[in-house]
Design a protein around this ligand. Structure first.
Ligand SMILES: Cc1cc2nc3c(=O)[nH]c(=O)nc-3n(C[C@H](O)[C@H](O)[C@H](O)COP(=O)(O)OP(=O)(O)OC[C@H]3O[C@@H](n4cnc5c(N)ncnc54)[C@H](O)[C@@H]3O)c2cc1C
Length: 446
């Protein structure tokens, strides 16, 4: 028997649940199903909720219920960034006063319960794999042996962006950041401030969690993790010794032989398409941010809410759907570009290790001039940053013998009108840094 739903959401994290809550608030008649591959028991990551999330939780109608969740209020952060001295930043200056440190499993489970209470079906331990897009509109798929038909498919799968890829979108990566995290017993520590500390090969993050736990993570690029053996407790502890404030905070909280480390992808990324005929993406699947920003859950909730409005318009079809596509795409891109500017400026503030690979790649220094000639290297299996394989293939085919940076910029403007020029230029610079292109600087005429 075929099960019919109006909307099928894949992924029951913050974005998928916010989307479903937003949608059911807009139209309680809609039949919505969420497929969630997990059961909210396996480890989840991302535990600081910034103060501005309050307004979103209120809008979703779950603020009072959230307050019953025993999450730990967070009043600010301490950061040693650009200098060895820690600078305190209090949330008190923000209108909302405090954020929260979450037990992330409990938070995601809470969202799933709220969704169910409002009449949305949510199947746990149910993985999405394949779907067929019908010519007449809508989708057919099979999950856990059941055939399902729906009008709109929503990608809330997080960084994997599985549905968006299926629908033809490219996921653009902007760095290769990963975080290697341990959850420790916090002992008698009472300081609730999140501590962020820059170090030579990356940066440290530590925060108190509910139930006397503490999250501690070292963030660096994926290749550095291998090189410095950070997944081994010895390598992790070696890096800890380069961050005196974090080292002091974690002192006595663990024995190296009992450390359980897990590495999570944490790269900045966005999809080059976030909405199309009968589908849209929300949360990390649309755009994912550096955890330094603490904006991931906020964006997931916000884009879930905005996605709900877009879905109503997609169901309407015709010009309403077209206009929704434009508006939603624009808002997601604008949000990402706003984030990117702040992120680049923030990383540029740390100049103590400007020659170390981790920091050099993040300082956004553009050494290219418009007349520099770039020669793209043959295709490799490695994924390039800033551009999709299709973009890179197009540039290679257009200029097999190479071209100036200005010519590449003009070609990019044609195929990627969504790409702001500053970003395209940064992308070209990164191709050189990353070995995808070689650079010939023209000789000066005497
Ligand atoms: C190390 C680290 C630390 C972070 N710290 C913070 C922080 O302090 N504050 C903050 O705001 N953000 C933080 N973030 C970011 C934050 O965790 C994410 O932005 C947020 O979880 C995004 O929510 P989401 O719902 O889009 O995706 P996710 O939370 O990733 O949820 C996706 C869901 O989809 C499910 N799923 C995936 N594929 C399938 C499939 N094929 N079928 C069925 N289900 C599927 C998954 O099981 C999951 O439940 C951090 C991220 C990392 C990596």
């Amino acid at each position: 028997m075929k099960l019919k739903f109006d909307i099928l959401v894949v992924g029951g994290g913050p974005a998928g649940c916010a989307f479903a809550l937003g949608l059911i608030n807009l139209n309680p008649q809609l039949r919505i199903l969420i497929l969630e591959r997990g059961d909210y028991l396996r480890p989840r990551v991302g535990e600081t909720l910034p103060p501005q999330c309050r307004v979103l939780l209120e809008r979703l109608g779950i603020w009072e219920e959230f307050l019953l969740g025993n999450h730990l209020p967070a009043f600010g952060s301490l950061s040693s960034w650009g200098s060895e001295h820690a600078v305190s930043q209090e949330f008190l200056t923000s209108v909302e006063r405090n954020g929260w440190h979450l037990d992330r499993n409990r938070f995601d489970r809470f969202l799933a319960d709220q969704v169910r209470e409002r009449g949305v079906e949510l199947w746990e331990n149910s993985t999405f794999q394949e779907a067929n897009h019908l010519e007449t509109g809508g989708w057919i798929l099979v999950s856990e042996g059941k055939e399902i038909q729906c009008q709109i498919l929503v990608d809330a799968t997080g960084r994997s962006a599985g549905i968006s890829r299926l629908a033809g979108a490219n996921v653009l990566l902007f760095d290769r950041l990963v975080g290697t995290m341990a959850i420790l017993e916090s002992g008698s520590q009472l300081n609730r401030d999140t501590l962020v500390e820059a170090a030579a090969e990356g940066w440290w993050y530590s925060a108190l969690l509910p139930d006397q736990k503490m999250a501690a993570a070292f963030f660096t690029d994926a290749n550095q993790v291998k090189l410095l053996e950070i997944q081994n407790s010895e390598g992790w502890v070696n890096q800890l010794q380069t961050a005196p404030l974090t080292q002091a905070r974690l002192s006595g909280l663990f024995q190296p032989e009992n450390l359980h480390l897990r590495t999570w992808p944490a790269q900045s990324q966005r999809s080059d398409q976030v909405i199309g005929r009968d589908w849209l993406a929300v949360g990390d699947a649309a755009a994912a941010f550096d955890p330094l920003s603490s904006q991931g859950i906020f964006f997931a909730l916000r884009s879930g809410l905005m996605g709900a409005f877009a879905a109503i318009d997609l169901l309407e079809g015709g010009e309403t759907a077209q206009s929704a596509c434009q508006k939603y795409s624009f808002s997601q891109l604008e949000q990402f570009m706003g984030y990117w500017e702040v992120k680049r400026d923030f990383y540029a503030m740390e100049q103590r290790w400007a020659d170390r690979p981790f920091w050099r790649l993040r300082q956004g220094k553009i050494a290219l001039s418009p007349t520099d000639k770039l020669i793209l290297q043959p295709a490799s299996h490695k994924k390039c940053l800033f551009f999709s394989p299709t973009d890179l293939g197009y540039l290679r085919n257009s200029y097999p013998g190479g071209a100036t940076a200005a010519e590449f910029m003009a070609a990019l403007r044609k195929i990627r009108p969504d790409l702001p020029p500053g970003h395209a230029l940064e992308g070209l610079q990164m191709l050189v840094e990353d070995g995808f292109a070689t650079q010939n600087i023209p000789e000066l005429q005497s």
